[in-house]
Design a protein around this ligand. Structure first.
Ligand code: GLN
Length: 454
């Protein structure tokens, strides 16, 4: 099969289903076809091939792509064509995948349902009355509906894992620092990570191997060698010590989700793993700490969108301050404004100690909960989300119930550890996700366990 045919098949699928799924914001049809042609020529000459050679990929729209519109699903960046490629895009170019387009998301990655996109709401491919999850909803839906072979998402508080869970695909949030954030439009810099969304665990390991690694353009990227993630996939979990936090299977988690998790544990047990119930006692503070810290960082990061440097500028303004105000008032959506206000308030003088500093302390306690687990266990297993996907419109009036959806994914970002979501069954036709968490840089342990279960 030729790369051109593969890319053709991807666009055919997009043109036949994306009217309903609405995963894509921008297509790169001309660019992708030209790229495919080049790869086909290289194939004929039998030049060495990259590991992702010819695979059609979709990219979340907060990862910058040179000359390919990057909006973060915000009106403010409606006309933004970046001047450079993110490090992950350069790495994909080396691995020779083909970027077919940019994927929908919640505006600036703030949200859990894709309904905060200022363009359109992506739908869950399993049932289009339901949300795909968020904020990387487009990335998960595009893979689940067969529009692309893999996609990249970003995860600040669950935005790769929760949509992967809702759409029945595999999504990994790597260890903080594992993948370069250079060229990822920052939401909360101390929490954001880019990661792969795929149909299988093996594909996921393959893509992570290609995008991971140190980059000097990201001062928080880790100078730790990238292992061969594929080599550990042998189906063997004998001796694997699993911890199951009781806080992750408590109130608010649906019966079907709980049962699916216990069934999955049985499968792993039958393969020679052992599991015990544990406690992560500070979990209850994770949600409040996260929304405070993430919003504080967002309020600083989003200050750059002022109508001068990027994107759309309000017209007919009277002076500079008026221009800033109107650009930001007209350009940002409701949820983004809510976070900026919350973050600005939390960081303002007189409140810093009471809110920001306190949230940082809670973050440390949450991280220490995890550190203790690694002394005795290899992986933590629980659900990715308390329920399966919810209906479009169901939570849009109530930001707090929307935030509560992230309760099982957020502690992972606060602790900086890696975690995956893999499919583990269905409830009323909608996929359930199983979350596996490991210590920093132990993505290979996660992949080994996930592969054995899958
Ligand atoms: N849903 C969470 C939020 O709205 C997480 C978002 C994310 O991981 N980018 O902040």
């Amino acid at each position: 099969i030729k790369v051109s045919e593969l890319v053709d098949a991807s666009y055919q699928r997009i043109h036949s289903v994306d009217d309903k799924v609405q995963a894509f914001l921008t297509l790169n049809e001309e660019g992708a076809r030209a790229h495919a042609k080049k790869l086909d020529e290289a194939l004929e000459k039998e030049e060495t091939r990259g590991l992702l050679f010819g695979l059609p990929a979709g990219i979340k729209d907060n990862i910058v792509t040179k000359d390919l519109r990057t909006t973060c699903a915000s009106q403010l960046l409606d006309n933004f064509d970046p001047l450079y490629d993110a490090t992950v895009i350069n790495k994909l170019a080396k691995a020779e995948s083909v970027t077919v387009g940019k994927l929908n998301m919640d505006e600036f990655a703030m949200g859990s349902s894709n309904e905060n996109s200022s363009y359109k709401a992506t739908r869950n491919p399993w049932n289009t009355d339901y949300v795909p999850g968020g904020s990387s909803g487009g990335s998960a839906a595009a893979v689940a509906s067969g529009e692309v072979v893999f996609s990249l998402g970003s995860d600040t508080g669950g935005s790769i894992r929760q949509p992967a869970s809702y759409c029945g695909v595999v999504g990994l949030k790597p260890t903080y620092g594992r993948v370069s954030r250079y060229g990822l439009v920052a939401f909360a810099s101390s929490l954001d990570q880019i990661g792969p969304i795929t149909r299988t665990v093996e594909d996921n390991a393959l893509v992570l191997g290609e995008i991971a690694g140190y980059s000097k353009q990201d001062s928080t990227s880790a100078d730790v060698p990238v292992p061969d993630y594929l080599s550990g996939l042998n189906g063997d979990v004998k001796g694997l010590r699993i911890a199951v936090p009781k806080e992750y299977l408590g109130e608010g988690v649906s019966e079907d989700v709980k049962n699916a998790v216990y069934e999955a544990l049985k499968v792993l047990e039958s393969q020679g793993a052992t599991w015990e119930e544990v406690s992560l006692p500070h979990s209850e503070y994770a949600l409040s700490a996260y929304y405070l810290l993430a919003s504080s960082e967002a309020s600083a990061n989003l200050a750059r969108f002022d109508g001068v440097r990027y994107g759309v500028r309000a017209e007919d303004t009277n002076n500079l301050i008026d221009m800033y105000k109107r650009t930001r008032s007209e350009g940002f959506g409701e949820e983004v404004k809510r976070r900026i206000m919350l973050g600005t308030f939390a960081l303002s003088s007189g409140y810093y100690d009471a809110y920001y500093k306190k949230a940082l302390k809670a973050r440390t306690l949450i991280k220490e909960d995890f550190d203790k687990i690694w002394e005795k266990y290899d992986v933590i297993i629980g659900p990715t989300a308390p329920t399966t996907a919810f209906k479009v419109g169901e939570k849009t009036d109530d930001p707090l119930t929307m935030y509560a959806n992230d309760i099982l994914t957020i502690p992972v970002n606060l602790a900086g550890v890696p975690a995956i979501s893999i499919p583990c069954g269905f409830s009323e036709g909608l996929p359930i996700g199983l979350q596996m968490i490991a210590k920093p840089f132990a993505e290979n342990t996660i992949y080994r366990a996930a592969y054995a279960y899958e």
